[in-house]
Write a protein that binds this ligand. Structure first.
Ligand SMILES: [Zn+2]
Length: 295
């Protein structure tokens, strides 16, 4: 489809324009539509994403998710740049399945491995993705967690700028998730912080756009500052938990639902939670990512 693309131009434009593109976790196929509607409403580029853990937790298939995404795109015909991205994935078979299904970008998360193994696995995924004209995001350093939803461990290891340079040269990766103080999930005990000096150092030494994970709950001024750093800052910000929380507030549940459970709600409720998620995404685009009117 015409305006569904990989991350190359999306993130190049963001880097030059000193804003960030939101990579929003839909988690359920019913939440794809509000993300795209928000992008249309604000004239913003947007990335819709799904992770390997979400596939397992919400019992939604990779192919099913991609099909739903392309159905929504066909129906709405949005005139904004869009990408379909596979977030945190460790299993190469899942990455292959996503590429086959039409994901335009994938993340290989081999950050738990040592440097040499992370390089080797990432390189393999870069080769695989090339055949589909898809882009690849990798992670170097370890991003912390508040809720163990995206990762199993809570070891936090800031990305080393010199290692980042070597990693990008050796792997040919398209964008890099860095650990600079943010964490996955909702911030309760720990407070979000961003190591701007480290971000600048990484940006000076590498060419690729950088990705900030754990965007939910990080104060907007921190994200704005991170995106506007003179050397390019961060060009993609992942926002996951906030969308599901907006949906859960409408349906009056806590924790997580499955794809089937969410699909069981009637039309009236569905419209309500879709509207809530759309408003949340619009707010993030306008006040947080500064990507409105950049489409
Ligand atoms: Zn992440």
């Amino acid at each position: 489809m015409a305006n569904v693309e990989n991350l190359t131009k999306l993130l190049e434009d963001a880097k030059k324009g000193r804003y960030a593109v939101g990579s929003f976790s839909a988690r359920y196929t019913k939440l794809i539509q509000p993300i795209i509607c928000a992008a249309m409403e604000t004239k913003s580029p947007v990335i819709v994403q799904l992770s390997e853990k979400e596939v397992i937790r919400h019992k939604v298939g990779v192919k099913e998710f991609a099909d739903a995404f392309y159905r929504v795109v066909k129906e709405l015909n949005p005139q904004v740049p869009l990408a379909l991205h596979l977030d945190h994935t460790k299993t190469l078979d899942v990455i292959k399945e996503a590429l086959e299904a039409g994901f335009t970008s994938v993340m290989i998360d081999a950050s738990e491995m040592d440097f040499a193994d992370n390089v080797a696995v990432t390189k393999e995924v870069v080769e695989m993705a090339k055949r589909y004209h898809a882009t690849v995001e990798a992670e170097l350093g370890k991003i912390g967690t508040n809720d163990f939803v995206e990762t199993d461990t809570d070891e936090e290891l800031y990305t080393d700028p010199k290692e980042a340079k070597e990693f990008c040269q050796k792997t040919g990766v398209d964008c890099l998730a860095v650990s600079v103080g943010t964490a996955h999930g909702v911030y309760t005990v720990r407070r979000p912080k961003v190591d701007y000096v480290r971000l600048e150092e990484i940006n000076t030494l590498t060419e690729v756009p950088l990705v900030l994970h754990g965007g939910s709950g990080v104060p907007s001024e921190m994200v704005v500052k991170a995106a506007q750093l003179p050397e390019g800052g961060v060009s993609k910000v992942n926002i996951a938990t906030d969308l599901e929380l907006a949906m859960l507030a409408v349906v009056g549940k806590e924790g997580h639902l499955t794809e089937t459970e969410l699909n069981a709600y009637d039309e009236e409720t569905t419209v309500k939670f879709q509207k809530a998620v759309q408003l949340l995404v619009e707010d993030k685009i306008i006040n947080y990512l500064q990507s409105a009117n950049k489409a």
